[in-house]
Design a protein around this ligand. Structure first.
Ligand code: WQD
Length: 350
């Protein structure tokens, strides 16, 4: 099949492009590079030996999306174009609602116009909100989200389910990501956040490579065995394989379906720190600090449904997650800014 990857130049998108190409699909990317770069897609081409056509366009721009989709006529869209920084979403809610909802609505309108009948959406475990008990199952109701980013995911899920209910020829798959970490084993692509990382793993790798002084562990007094929060970390290549399964599922099933993409295994922040120290061969400098506002103590998946229906299961463990994150960061201490074209970019130090 021919797949349009909206927002496909980013961390999840580039890894997903590899999984889709390896599964035999043709992929093209639409991205406005608001939090990504061309070099990442060039490296996907290097890894796969396949051409990946790249359109620089904002998915909120109806005319651009229509021009691209009517020219390419994809069989399916994977929609990952969106802002994703939780803290920033609290400071700039209107921008988050505008961008994340608008990009999806625009894509849906153009899909209807061009006769594209299948969409896979990058959702998040954050839609389970604050009240559901772990492990999360897909049949639990969407909960109260603690930030606008989470609400955009929750609202878009609702929009897509309504669209599928109204059009019996439409296929919608909602993928609820848990905590993606790791990188492609080549070390050529990986997570490259702008500025100070919000998420745990890129913060850890930047401490390990000497870009940051120390990690602050957000809270050591939770009701968990070591006092730190527990999450369901999933290797990004496992997550990418989940998209390949989801695209096949959408091609064969009308209506909407939800799948958790997690391992079902919780690890604490200190578990991750220790596993990463093993992977990089030296202790990681960290301190225990205050809790971070909005953090849940526990968040992990029941991954049974994706196994049963998609035939998908995460296969890479915590050691591989840390090894591959480290391999990427060690080979690219400044991320893609290390590459020739982007070498004049500033590194944003604390
Ligand atoms: C993981 C754990 C922190 C940084 C968020 C979004 C979610 C998804 C992924 C993405 C927590 C702790 C972190 C640090 C720390 N969205 N931590 N020190 O909060 O589980 O999920 O990112 O696009 O929707 O909510 O991920 O990586 O920020 O945190 O101790 O410097 O690491 O408290 O327990 P989170 P995270």
């Amino acid at each position: 099949m021919k797949i349009m990857l909206a927002g496909g130049a980013g961390y999840i998108g580039t890894h997903t492009a590899i999984a889709l190409i390896e599964a035999g699909h043709e992929v093209f990317v639409v991205d406005n590079f608001s939090n990504s770069c061309r070099e990442a897609v060039r490296r996907v081409e290097k890894i796969t030996g396949s051409e990946v056509r790249l359109y620089e366009a904002d998915c909120c721009d109806y005319m651009s999306v229509r021009m691209i989709m009517s020219k390419e006529k994809p069989d399916s869209v994977v929609q990952m174009a969106g802002y994703k920084a939780v803290g920033e979403s609290v400071a700039k809610p209107i921008s988050y609602y505008r961008n994340n909802l608008d990009s999806t609505l625009t894509i849906l309108e153009v899909m209807a116009e061009c006769g594209v009948k299948s969409i896979v959406f990058s959702s998040s475990a954050t839609v389970y909100g604050e009240d559901n008990p772990v492990p999360y199952t897909e049949d639990m109701p969407r909960g109260r989200c603690s930030n606008p980013y989470g609400w955009t995911k929750s609202m878009i899920e609702q929009i897509l389910e309504d669209a599928a209910a109204a059009d019996p020829s439409l296929s919608v798959v909602l993928l609820r990501y848990f905590n993606p970490v790791g990188a492609h084993e080549s070390g050529l692509i990986g997570e490259d956040p702008q500025g100070i990382p919000n998420n745990l793993m890129p913060y850890i790798t930047q401490v390990a490579v000497g870009r940051r002084d120390k990690l602050t562990v957000f809270g050591g007094d939770y009701d968990t065995p070591d006092g730190t929060c527990r999450r369901d970390y999933i290797h990004v290549m496992d997550l990418a394989d989940g998209h390949a399964r989801a695209v096949d599922y959408a091609a064969a099933h009308k209506g909407s379906a939800i799948f958790n993409l997690g391992t079902g295994i919780p690890y604490s922040v200190l578990d991750m720190v220790n596993a990463f120290s093993d992977a990089c061969g030296h202790p990681l400098n960290y301190v225990i600090g205050d809790r971070r506002a909005g953090d849940l103590q526990d968040c992990w998946a029941d991954a049974e449904k994706a196994g049963r229906i998609l035939g998908w299961k995460a296969t890479r463990g915590i050691a591989e997650m840390c090894r591959d994150s480290w391999n990427w960061q060690r080979n690219n201490p400044k991320g893609y800014a290390d590459s020739e074209e982007d070498s004049d970019e500033e590194d944003d130090e604390e």
